[in-house]
Design a protein around this ligand. Structure first.
Ligand SMILES: [Zn+2]
Length: 60
């Protein structure tokens, strides 16, 4: 995401653990903290998901 308005504070970004879909043709992923299952399946294609780190805007 680009910031077009310089007056706005950019959102700090942090490395976040996510679940990423193992299906290469699927863009599905979710934040680990948003998943309630220990091994979730992809909400889009129901493939297995694997843990990954992704740089995301920080949320409290
Ligand atoms: Zn998927």
């Amino acid at each position: 995401m680009a910031y077009f308005n310089n007056k706005k504070e950019p959102v700090p970004e942090v490395e976040t653990m996510i679940w990423s879909c193992t299906n290469d043709s699927c863009p599905g992923w979710m934040r680990e903290s948003f998943s309630f299952e220990s091994e979730p399946s992809c909400p889009l294609c129901h493939s297995e998901m694997k843990k990954e780190e992704k740089v995301l805007p920080k949320i409290d």
